[in-house]
Ligand binder design. Structure first.
Ligand code: SF4
Ligand code: SF4
Length: 189
């Protein structure tokens, strides 16, 4: 389920004096600490099937990221295999890290039914800051933040992903597409 940050929230007097909220936060942190410290005991004694523990044994266990999570940006691929991108360049301009490089291809009337597409579309994840500006700027729903964050490499050059590596079927992006539609409609852009 998608969730949003309510930026117009009004704090009560009780919240504005901060001390009770700090104590509340410390109680939550302490609870997590003790659950993590002792939560594995019933599991190892066999009295519980699952570990009551907040930490994840990565990489054997994987985290289910929320739909709002911003992992590496990917390019949406239509069902016919073509990128949804029209190479307008708005994401390239909006990118504060200058890590997107696009070279457009244009139709001479023969290649396909599309007017424009990216011949080259590269994103350098070594300098991407996962801000999501590219997704927000795109008028074609062609670039989305995915939930994939496992992109670390020993060689920085390999973190430059080409169009072929970035393409992700639209069907796999449905949740994020729905989320962005709700989010940007909410901010009334
Ligand atoms: S997420 Fe931000 S830094 Fe990364 S490619 Fe998109 S606009 Fe650029
Ligand atoms: S991804 Fe979107 S904003 Fe970027 S060039 Fe393609 S259509 Fe334009």
């Amino acid at each position: 389920m998608a969730y949003y940050v309510n930026r117009n929230i009004k704090m009560t007097w009780w919240e504005r004096i901060y001390i009770p909220e700090i104590i509340k936060g410390m109680i939550i942190t302490s609870r997590h600490f003790f659950v993590n410290l002792f939560g594995f005991i019933p599991f190892f004694l066999g009295t519980q099937k699952e570990r009551k523990i907040m930490t994840v044994y990565y990489p054997e266990e994987q985290v289910q990221y929320p739909v709002a999570y911003r992992g590496r940006p990917v390019l949406a691929q239509n069902e016919d295999g073509h990128p949804a991108c029209v190479a307008c360049g708005l994401c390239e301009i909006a990118c504060p890290a200058y890590c997107i490089h696009i070279e457009p291809g244009e139709n001479s009337g023969k290649q396909n039914q599309y007017e424009r597409w990216p011949d080259v579309f590269n994103i350098d994840y070594a300098i991407c800051i996962f801000c999501g500006n590219c997704e927000e700027a795109c008028p074609e729903e062609a670039i989305f933040m995915s939930d994939d964050c496992e992109i670390s490499m020993l060689d920085r050059k390999k973190m430059l992903y080409t169009k072929e590596q970035l393409l992700t079927p639209v069907a796999d992006l449905q949740k994020r597409i729905e989320f962005t539609r709700n989010m940007y409609a909410k901010w009334n852009y």
